[in-house]
Design a protein around this ligand. Structure first.
Ligand code: HEM
Ligand SMILES: *[C@@H]1O[C@H](CO)[C@@H](O)[C@H](O)[C@H]1NC(C)=O
Ligand SMILES: *[C@@H]1O[C@H](CO)[C@@H](O)[C@H](O)[C@H]1NC(C)=O
Length: 586
């Protein structure tokens, strides 16, 4: 039986909890005479005292190392209460009720691109400096890892998949996964057509009823269906459940559909993993008696398990009769099967790639439609390119998309302002130093195992990197002179897909899928607007955001509520109305 996360933590900490009282026992029996009261006190105080001594010794050793490296401490973002507990409360409040990076943006303005927090004794480095992010992801790749803190919090769902491992195990996973993405298959548009056209005809039908749709919901179904078909060759078919109606999350046919339980379990597992990584190692305390993701995992495995077992059985049968699978033509699963028979490995890898590929692409498409609803002039220009290149009826091909520069810039500009993965984390694997915020100062010291959080959300919106109009949605910045002024000389300011050896494997797949959907949408419809009345009241941007107008913050004019768990999403969905092309002339 697997131990609960809480018990595992207890086991890991057993020496810390048992050695000090044991010492007291030995001392009081053989060396010193203590009264019974003194003995009890000695037992009680032994654990905190030994912790205090160890931590003093540890920080003394770190200071020595810092001096040896000729480095200094980085600026500190501190709260007013002991242990900066007020900061923790503030950050948690922002995470629940704020705009992404609220609080962190002010700290960056005040302290510089890199700083740290120490909350209840836990150090955390924050950076949006492209120089450091470049070291982390590329030039000093081995000096950093996702680290045990993170992989531990994710392991009950992600296991040992590509997303959740470091070092040689990660290399092995990357090695068996990558070949699949090299193939022409990522430009096999039949898959997009099958599910994309289904999604669009359902949107169209709903518009004919005179009702809005939750665009995020449709895109999540579309990307779930394509991802399961692409990965497993077995589509979960969530689009066939039909689309939900406004204000009726529980009365539609979709809630009784088998795919809904799967999608919900999937979302819930991600939410829990993200909450764990926010509460630091203490999440394990709350899971002393059970793994919070267990029931979600069971639902996910109920769907994936039989498919994997079937495929394994088929493979074994084929091997007996000497028929070789043809991985060139097959699904991701078959590509993996040609390299392994290990059920757990197949399971972890498929779940990882499903998580990596599905919500991210749905997020991109949802944010793109939001931006287009706010910028009809961009929608019009996009539509012109689509009609020029593909016309009004034909399904686009990979060759079409390659040449559609404006479509790609619309996607890039959406990825810039609304990166589907707004934060990422790493830890140092050895002591290191970083160039400081201000030239001429001593470098900053990072001990081994320092947790680092970097935010591409803030990097993508920084006016020093992108120019004075950094907060505006303007796809032309990826085409006109601004491209050569900002991104080309400094590519590490734009990292929606990460960079270096862990660059997203699905980047091309995602551009293809998203382009396909945008093209089909704007062949069918000629404009999109937000259906504000359908947006549930609790999910509308808080009125207080408007007050940020005088700080020049973008949240002052945001008309939807972007939130993050592992990925970015629209809180409460994104309810929109789309106007069918040509309907105004009719
Ligand atoms: C707009 C869509 C997407 C975005 C913004 C995106 C972004 C990212 C980012 C930021 C990472 C790095 C994660 C990290 O280092 O912690 C990543 C990794 C990854 N992505 Fe994507 N992704 C997208 C779509 C996809 C799709 C469609 C697939 C597969 C079908 C995919 C497969 C992967 C895989 C396998 C990795 C892990 C790579 C590794 O760790 O070696 N992604 N993606
Ligand atoms: C669900 O609720 C919506 C709005 O209240 C209503 O229009 C629709 O008919 C309901 N659907 C079912 C299946 O009851
Ligand atoms: C979009 O961004 C990618 C980098 O992720 C870049 O390679 C590509 O050239 C950009 N395309 C356009 C049209 O902006």
């Amino acid at each position: 039986m697997a131990l609960t996360p809480g018990l595992q933590m207890l086991l890991r900490n057993l020496p810390k909890l048992t050695i000090p009282p044991l010492l007291v026992y030995v001392l009081s029996h053989f060396l010193v005479d203590l009264s019974p009261v003194e003995t009890i006190f000695a037992y009680i105080l032994s654990i905190p005292c030994s912790q205090l001594i160890l931590s003093k010794w540890h920080s003394w050793a770190l200071r020595r190392e810092m001096t040896r490296l000729g480095a200094q401490e980085m600026p500190k973002w501190e709260g007013k209460w002991p242990g900066s507990i007020d900061l923790l409360i503030e950050l948690y409040g922002h995470w629940m009720n704020g705009y992404p990076c609220d609080g962190i943006d002010d700290a960056t303005d005040a302290l510089g691109l890199t700083f740290k927090t120490k909350i209840v004794g836990f150090d955390q480095v924050w950076t949006i400096d492209p120089r450091h992010v470049k070291s982390i992801l590329a030039t000093d790749f081995d000096g950093y890892a996702k680290g045990e803190r993170l992989t531990n919090a994710m392991s009950t769902v992600l296991g040992n998949g590509i997303f959740n491992t470091d070092g040689d195990i990660w290399k092995f996973h990357r090695g068996i996964t990558r070949p699949y993405f090299h193939r022409d298959r990522i430009s096999d548009f039949a898959l997009f057509a099958k599910h994309g056209d289904n999604a669009i005809s359902q949107i169209k039908a709903r518009m004919h009823e005179g009702l809005p749709v939750d665009f995020q919901d449709v895109m999540s179904r579309f990307t779930l269906d394509t991802a399961t078909a692409f990965l497993l060759g077995f589509c979960v078919d969530s689009l066939s459940a039909g689309l939900p109606y406004p204000t009726s999350e529980t009365n539609g046919s979709h809630v009784r559909h088998h795919s809904d339980a799967f999608a919900r379990a999937f979302a819930s597992a991600q939410h829990k993993m993200s909450a764990r990584s926010w509460t630091g190692p203490s999440w394990q305390l709350f899971e002393m008696f059970g793994d919070a993701t267990k029931s979600d995992n069971e639902i996910v495995d109920e769907f994936i398990g039989p498919i994997l077992k079937d495929a394994l059985a088929k493979k074994q049968k084929n091997e007996k009769s000497n028929i070789k699978l043809n991985p060139e033509e097959d699904t991701m699963l078959n590509s993996l099967l040609s390299q392994t028979d290990d059920y757990k490995l197949l399971r972890d890898e498929t779940v990882n790639i499903l998580i990596a590929g599905r919500d991210t692409t749905a997020s991109l498409l949802t944010s793109a439609i939001y931006c287009l609803s706010q910028h009809p002039e961009v929608a019009e220009k996009l539509r012109k390119e689509i009609i020029n290149k593909v016309g009004l009826a034909r399904s686009p091909t990979y060759e079409d998309i390659k040449d559609m520069k404006y479509t790609r810039s619309v996607l890039n500009e959406t990825l810039r302002l609304f990166p589907p993965v707004p934060f990422n984390v790493r830890e140092t694997t050895r002591p290191t130093t970083w160039p400081p915020n201000n030239p001429g100062e001593k470098p900053y010291y990072l001990p081994s195992n320092s947790p680092i959080c970097y935010s591409v959300w803030l990097m993508h919106r920084n006016k020093d990197f992108w120019g004075p109009d950094a907060l505006e949605f303007d796809p032309d910045r990826f085409i006109d002179e601004r491209l050569h002024k900002y991104v080309v000389p400094n590519p590490f300011i734009f990292l929606p897909f990460n960079a270096g050896p862990r660059l997203c494997l699905g980047q091309q797949f995602a551009y293809n899928e998203a382009s396909f959907m945008l093209i089909r949408l704007f062949q069918t419809f000629d404009s999109v607007s937000l259906a504000r009345e359908a947006q549930p009241a609790w999910s509308r941007p808080p009125a207080a955001w408007k007050e940020a107008a005088h700080d020049g913050k973008r949240k002052a004019k945001e008309e939807f509520w972007p939130k993050t768990h592992l990925t970015l999403y629209a809180h409460g969905g994104l309810w929109v109305t789309m106007k069918e092309a040509g309907s105004s002339e009719a």
